[in-house]
Design a protein around this ligand. Structure first.
Ligand code: BES
Ligand code: MN
Ligand code: ZN
Length: 494
């Protein structure tokens, strides 16, 4: 989809669909009123008859039958006037683009009033439109159920400040393309999306100035003694991969950030096998890794003045004759030993390797994303991610970046009370707690490997995969975390 900004006279513009955003108080706003007059009161009458109240995510379509040059008018609900946040604009952009597709129009205008012509609004509408029309359709053989909007024109009334708006559209396109890449990687079935595939995709998508991808195969992983990744990979026919992506800005880097993503391409649980229902969506278990690859892929074009290292340990977790067994002990690169009590707690085992390597880089901070625990879904559901951090400032700034992105993070405690849960009778620690608070004990396990680097762990088990359609994302991989990280790296959240 193309997105343009153009000066538009709404009552005179020739377009198939004219979208007009309205809040609960704006139904009798300036533009809506003018349009209603020209439409001989039909717009107002339809609003009344349909009970349209401009709720967020709602819309109302009216064919103009030649009363104005625009073929249809679409009122797009923003919700309550005092609650209109960036995310309401994202939703509005998605609603307009999807409605346009539903009635098979090729071009639509999304009209903005003068006070709405800001970079925040323009960026959010563009981003929402691009995210809303995302589909994973490569395996569908039946035809299209709806059209795809070719061009969305953001209509403005004057041409001042246009450089900032153009920049906002450009950034929205970049962030949406990263989110859609992450969604594609998650939605791809696990028999295709192996560790090797993931590393090839990283090579394909992470090109450009300042960006380098390094892929370690099994031999190199053995040489580097990534014991956790090797242990989890033991039960698989597929080779593991350790993906390292590095971005260096042109000028001097203001700081250095390490991003680590869990890359379990399928989680059967291993010998601690999951029941069938719990396995159905376990291709999602590389969503953290997908987010990291996707973020890295747009850095050359976003060009933040931050050095970024992205690390993704990738393997599936399967139970063949060579599989690691409950009771096995792993000896890590930093000397720590771990008793593997449950082979289904595999994410933390492969993340431990990556966190050790990341900490050795002495970054200013490191952030890991992982679909780590079902317990986090029990606590926060599918709409929020759990956030754990050993650094208050980092936690705060990530939360703020998440809020701007429409990705909600909720901080949970690294409660030392539960430290004893992961004590082992034969090794330094074990990989599962013995009781409740599973999201916390998993985070405490990870903390064992971060040294004293400021670190944050995002448990995205819930929001990484949508079990139902959302306005800005269909069922399946969501790309959660990508936009939070992009906000964080471009420095909004400091
Ligand atoms: N990948 C799962 C966590 C998960 C569950 C993600 C549901 C998304 C949806 C993880 O590897 C896992 O199996 N965790 C176990 C940990 C347990 C064995 C301590 C869990 O949550 O049951
Ligand atoms: Mn598991
Ligand atoms: Zn897992």
């Amino acid at each position: 989809m193309e997105i343009k900004i153009r000066e538009i006279a709404p009552t005179r513009v020739q377009t198939a669909l004219l979208a007009v955003p309205v809040n609960d108080k704006g139904l009798d706003g300036n533009l809506a009123k003018r349009l209603d007059r020209q439409l001989k009161g039909r717009l107002g009458a339809l609003v009344k008859k349909s009970g349209f109240t401009a709720k967020r995510g709602s819309s109302l379509l009216l064919a103009t039958h030649g009363a104005i040059p625009a073929g249809h008018v679409l009122l797009v609900g923003l919700g309550k006037q005092d609650e209109v946040a960036p995310h309401a604009w994202r939703v509005a952009g998605a609603v307009a683009a999807k409605e346009a597709g539903r009635i098979w129009v090729d071009e639509a205008v999304f009209m903005l009033s003068p006070d709405q012509q800001t970079d925040v609004v323009v960026g959010a509408v563009a981003e929402g439109a691009l995210l809303g029309v995302y589909r994973f359709s490569k395996y569908r053989s039946n035809g299209h159920k709806r059209g795809t909007l070719g061009t969305l024109v953001l209509g403005r009334t004057a041409s001042r400040g246009s450089a900032a708006l153009t920049r906002a559209v450009r950034q929205a396109k970049l962030s949406a393309s990263a989110v859609c890449l992450a969604r594609d990687l998650v939605n791809e079935p696990a028999s295709i999306a192996t560790a090797t595939y993931l590393s090839e995709q990283a090579v394909v998508h992470c090109r450009g100035e300042g960006l380098k991808v390094e892929v370690w195969g099994k031999r190199k992983i053995q040489q580097m003694k990534l014991a956790g990744l090797l242990a989890v990979n033991q039960g698989s026919r597929e080779d593991p991969r350790f993906i390292r992506i590095r971005y260096k800005p042109k000028g001097k880097a203001r700081r250095k950030v390490a991003l680590i993503g869990k890359g379990i391409t399928f989680d059967s649980g291993g010998l601690s096998l999951k029941p069938p229902r719990s396995m159905e969506t376990m291709k999602l278990d590389m969503a953290g890794g997908a987010a990291v690859i996707a973020v890295m892929s747009v850095l050359p074009k976003l060009a933040p003045d931050v050095e970024v290292v992205g690390l993704v340990p990738a393997t599936d977790n399967l139970p063949d004759g060579g599989a690691q067994k409950p009771g096995d002990v792993i000896r890590y690169l930093n000397g720590k030993t771990v008793e593997v009590v449950n082979t289904d707690a595999e994410g933390r085992l492969v993340l431990a390797d990556a966190l050790i390597l990341a900490a050795r880089e002495k970054p200013d901070c490191m952030i890991n994303l992982a679909t780590l625990t079902g317990a986090c879904i029990v606590a926060l559901g599918n709409e929020l991610a759990g956030l754990f951090s050993n650094d208050g400032g980092l936690a705060q700034s990530l939360t703020a970046c998440g809020q701007d992105a429409g990705e909600n993070l909720w901080q949970l405690p690294l409660a030392t009370e539960y430290r004893e849960e992961i004590k082992s009778p034969i090794a330094d620690i074990k990989n599962v707690g013995s009781g409740s608070a599973g999201a916390i004990t998993a985070a405490l396990f990870l903390q064992e490997f971060v040294s004293d680097v400021p670190w944050a762990h995002l448990d995205i088990a819930g929001p990484a995969f949508a079990n139902k359609d959302h306005i800005t994302c269909p069922k399946g991989g969501t790309g959660f975390g990508v936009r939070t990280l992009l906000n964080f790296l471009s420095g909004t959240g400091e």
